[in-house]
Write a protein that binds this ligand. Structure first.
Ligand code: HEM
Length: 552
């Protein structure tokens, strides 16, 4: 063997810098064609193994190797040439020859998504950074990554998110499949998603929603009782209570298991851990190959892994029961199947996170706006006071027909979308031509940042003013382009829970203004919320301290 290696050309070839550099170029070509993001856990060890094997062969079978140090030196040299060539080829291609080269954006964004990580880490409010980029480059389209664009033109919405879009979900949606399966949201195959969504629709149709209403009423009433207990204290952390509320509602409606957070007046340890672990998502949403590695190592993600395990366990327990009131999993679990399919584990985590954090964040921002704009609070109260004045508590059913209340909620969703940076979509291989005639090449990742779209002066008159009337007949001319409302997304992947969310938000908002006068607390004028709110795909909302006074 040693003789073979020494005398054949193979040894010479492996040592040849040209050959190794060529291997680097070929590797770039292969990596550039196809999607490798979810294979990082195979790719990286394969590289380590390949160079390790080379070192072992050199050490044991090459008689000219004098020492281990020499083996390490030679193998490292080969690795440097290989990775040097791979990296140079990548950077030159991305910086100078990539088809997205015609779009403006920071030069470093062309080279790597690590530039976006740098923007994320500034203050974990990536949506603000992207908004600045659109302003700085004075363009509706900005290049935010080697193969990624941010687009804020409403004309592109139907092409990217509409019912007959040719775009698909991008690699961001590769969840921890090996741990929990694929959820409805992370299902990237269009046909499979449509098939699953048909099943889900039964759990969210008008009749099913009616079944969930008593639980929304109960939890809303419990929230109001708790707020009454703590009202008249100098300061109350309303964001915490809204968080307890929304998780309790979702636990109950999803699998008939309340977290009991309202009752205990504190965050469940698991949810606390889940929120802490969300900061990793801020970075993972930028570097799509990272989750495949991180979800296989407990480093930094242990909290999220615990939540995944918990959500699976609770689902198994739910499978054994028949709850008194039908819940969402009553529709999703197959009574004829003794087992719980793996994908439902992912669905159980999805429902809790997608349904709770989003609602809690929107309600918190809504309270912020009501404190900031007292005239809006007073007007809403006047209107709500006229609904069934004899009732102490307004049920969900009492609030179905109050356009101004819906306007207040829509304004909160518009100015403070719970998914502010938008949703990653990938153009079809043939590319996409926008109505402006701009051609977007195939396999480009597109984000349409909801935060910026919904604050654009071309779509909303006085865009930064909190104006519920723009959603009613009173000032409908202040909505210039209805398409630019994407808080629940659009098309086949739009939020399936939006009607349920509206029921919760109506009940909480109406009863809050009916029962209390709410102001910023003396210690906090909303700045904490503005600063602490973190963009972790869904918003990880900051704290809001208010002063609540019970109304007579
Ligand atoms: C203010 C409240 C809410 C907001 C702003 C919101 C927003 C969104 C958005 C933007 C999406 C699209 C995600 C994507 O394509 O990646 C989505 C999807 C989804 N939402 Fe919501 N959501 C809210 C409340 C809820 C509630 C209460 C539930 C459940 C009970 C829910 C369940 C879901 C599910 C299951 C999906 C995935 C749908 C699919 O892929 O077909 N959401 N939501």
């Amino acid at each position: 063997m040693a003789e073979f290696l020494r005398t054949t050309d193979l040894d010479e070839l492996i040592r040849s810098n040209y050959f190794v550099a060529l291997l680097g170029l070929i590797s770039h070509y292969v990596l550039n064609h196809g999607e490798w993001d979810k294979w990082t856990h195979i790719l990286l060890p394969s590289w380590v193994l390949a160079f390790g094997a080379l070192a072992v062969v050199e050490y044991f079978f090459n008689p000219y190797m004098q020492s281990l140090f020499q083996v390490v030196r030679i193998t490292s040299g080969i690795a440097i040439v290989y990775f040097g060539s791979l990296l140079t080829s990548m950077l030159v291609y991305r910086g100078m020859f990539h088809p997205l080269g015609k779009f403006p954006g920071p030069f470093l964004s062309r080279l790597s998504k690590f530039y976006s990580v740098h923007l994320v880490l500034k203050n974990i409010q990536y949506y603000n950074e992207v908004e600045k980029l659109h302003k700085d480059y004075n363009s509706d389209i900005v290049r935010t990554g080697p193969r990624e664009l941010s687009i804020i033109s409403p004309d592109a919405i139907s092409l990217v998110h509409g019912p007959s879009t040719k775009c698909t979900k991008g690699p961001f949606y590769n969840g921890p499949i090996h741990l929990e399966g694929t959820s409805l949201m992370t299902e990237r195959d269009v046909k499979k998603h449509a098939q699953r969504r048909r099943l889900w629709d039964r759990a969210f149709n008008v009749k099913s929603l009616r079944d969930y209403v008593p639980r929304v009423n109960r939890h809303t009433q419990a929230l109001m009782e708790k707020l009454k207990e703590h009202a008249d204290e100098s300061s109350l952390c309303i964001s915490d209570w809204l968080n307890y509320y929304s998780f309790d509602v979702m636990g109950d409606i999803v699998f008939s298991r309340s977290f009991g957070m309202l009752e205990n007046g504190r965050e469940d340890n698991l949810i606390k851990a889940l929120h802490k672990s969300m900061s990793a998502v801020c970075v993972m949403s930028q570097i799509n190959w990272l989750p495949s590695l991180l979800f296989r190592s407990p480093v930094g993600l242990q909290d999220m892994l615990n939540f995944i395990t918990w959500a699976g366990k609770v689902l198994k327990e739910r499978k054994k029961k028949t709850p008194k009131e039908n819940d969402i999993f009553g529709w999703l679990l197959d009574p004829n199947d003794e087992n719980v399919p793996m994908d439902l584990n992912a669905d159980s985590r999805l429902l809790i996170v997608a349904g709770s954090d989003t609602t809690a964040a929107t309600l918190t921002w809504l309270c912020y706006e009501l404190c900031k704009n007292l005239d809006v609070q007073f007007k809403l109260r006047d209107i709500v006071d006229r609904i069934l004045p004899e009732k102490a508590f307004l049920d969900v059913e009492d609030l179905a027909n109050c356009p101004h209340l819906d306007g207040v909620i829509k304004e909160a969703l518009r100015l403070h979308p719970a998914v502010p940076s938008g949703l990653q979509r990938e153009t079809p291989p043939s590319g996409l031509t926008l109505s402006s005639g701009v051609y977007i090449p195939g396999n480009t990742l597109i984000w349409m940042p909801t935060h910026t779209l919904q604050r654009s002066a071309s779509s909303y008159r006085s865009p930064l003013t909190f104006m519920p009337e723009r959603w009613t007949d009173e000032a409908s001319d202040h909505v210039l382009d209805k398409r630019a409302f994407l808080a629940f997304s659009a098309g086949a992947n739009s939020c399936i829970g939006q009607k349920l969310a509206m029921l919760e938000m109506r009940a909480v908002t109406a009863n809050l203004v009916r029962n209390f006068d709410m102001r910023f607390s003396e210690a906090d004028d909303g700045t904490r919320l503005e600063k602490e709110t973190a963009d972790c795909f869904t918003i990880n909302v900051g704290k809001l301290e208010v002063s609540l006074k019970r109304r007579g």
